[in-house]
Design a protein around this ligand. Sequence first.
Ligand code: PGA
Length: 248
Amino acid sequence: MNKRTPLVAGNWKMNGRQELLGDMAQALAGYHGEAQVVVCPPFPYLAAARATLPETVGVGGQNLSDQEDGAFTGEVSAPMLAEVGCGHVIIGHSERRALYGETDACIADKFARAQAAGLVPILCVGETLEEREAGHTEQVVRRQLLAVVDAVGIAAFAQAVVAYEPVWAIGTGKTASPEQAQEVHADLRRTLAEKDPAIADSLRLLYGGSVKADNAGLLFAQSDIDGGLIGGASLTADSFIAICQAAK
Ligand code: PGA
């Protein structure tokens, strides 16, 4: 494993209740692995998550508004997330892009809002099956990444995390092979290195898409994979902890 501290983030999506938070808090109290751990429950549970999870475990939002506080019914701003104890926020998840029409430009705005409030963005990029089959994977993920780099500047990536999540692997049980994932991670890191080699070298690149306890070890062993963004398997304490333990 490289010198970057691994990070494992659990993305509950619109799942889980108070009870899951209790289970996680109890299980994570006994976790003493090498990976930094972040739990991202739905908005209503964030404050309770901060109050119940061990201090060493981070709490993150799954989304935020691209606007400042104001008349935006139903939205949640970056300073609100920070105030209830979030340290991270997921930005540009493929479900946000596909189901809620989030564009590269809107994602770049959200990234900037997050950082202005002191949150660490977890920026998601990833290609669809169609794009992969057409041989466009690298072109797509580079475009998604560079749209943000060009808007906020490479220096901002010293305080950010990037997650590669192939859309065809999310929630499908079809994970990218460790080699497939490593190839894209290496390309993302090269793309950033062209702007700033030191920032590229220190940036944590997570893999997401059907990571489970039994495939996490091989994925995380790849030289450019620094942990994972975990959906389905973050909904039970046992499997989430097992994945956290695999990141070292
Ligand atoms: P999955 O989701 O682990 O259920 O595939 C990952 C994600 O969408 O972040």
